[in-house]
Design a binder for this molecule. Structure first.
Ligand code: SAH
Length: 204
């Protein structure tokens, strides 16, 4: 998977490639889909939610340009796969999931693969998690109409935020960088995510 779907499509960050080799994706995919765990597409995980396509996980992780001392906030834990990849790269990951059953699944999956530096919080991630802010990296893994203001506020100076921004069905992958108090933005192409539902996202 890493060689043919991720490195071959242009992901160059060696730390990202080795983190993705380390984390056993099949342990995050419920049967009967676990047999397809290393194919390059999203898969259903229950409760109408999905595990993201491996290439997109790699691309978003690379765009975060992480260092081992960073603290990262993820919005939209799902089954916990992206959180496990992040946890292999940084000091501390806080991840927020709105559906309690999905958060429970993620906690079990993360324990099964031995990711210890991840905290799974149940709640509305569009408000962020001020208690542990600021974060050097913030990743939103659900589709948002715009970047929630609280998340921009919780981004550290020099921090990076990656999110799918646009309509409910199709979005553009946007990266924000906060530097000297101002924000610059770049676009990394079309993606599809399930909707981010919450106070600063879609309403239901
Ligand atoms: N990161 C996952 C993919 C998550 S799919 C992976 O590694 O595969 C998106 C998830 O976002 C779903 O589980 C959905 O329930 C959750 N979600 C949607 N709106 C949310 C919100 N406001 N706060 C937290 N989680 C949210």
């Amino acid at each position: 998977m890493v060689e043919y779907q991720i490195a071959a499509r242009g992901i160059r960050d060696q730390r990202v490639l080795s983190a993705m080799k380390e984390v056993p994706r099949h342990l995050f995919v419920p049967p009967p889909y676990d047999k397809s765990a290393y194919e390059d597409y999203p898969l259903p995980i229950g409760n109408g939610q999905t595990i993201s396509q491996p290439y997109i996980v790699a691309l978003m992780t690379e765009l975060l340009a992480l260092q081992s001392t960073d603290r990262v906030l993820e919005i939209g834990t799902g089954c916990g796969y992206q959180a496990a990849v992040l946890a292999a790269l940084v000091r501390q990951v806080t991840t927020i999931e709105r559906i309690p059953e999905v958060a429970g699944l993620a906690r079990a999956n993360l324990a099964a693969v031995g990711s210890k530096n991840v905290e799974v919080i149940v709640g509305d991630g569009t408000l962020g998690y001020p208690k542990k802010a600021p974060y050097e990296g913030i990743i939103i893994t659900a589709a948002t109409p715009s970047i929630p203001r609280p998340l921009i506020e919780q981004l550290a100076e020099g921090g990076r935020l990656v999110a799918p921004v646009g309509g409910r069905d199709i979005q553009e992958l946007i990266r924000l960088r906060k530097k000297d108090g101002s924000i610059n933005e770049d676009n990394h192409g079309g993606v599809r995510f399930v909707p981010l539902i919450g106070e600063c996202g879609w309403n239901g």
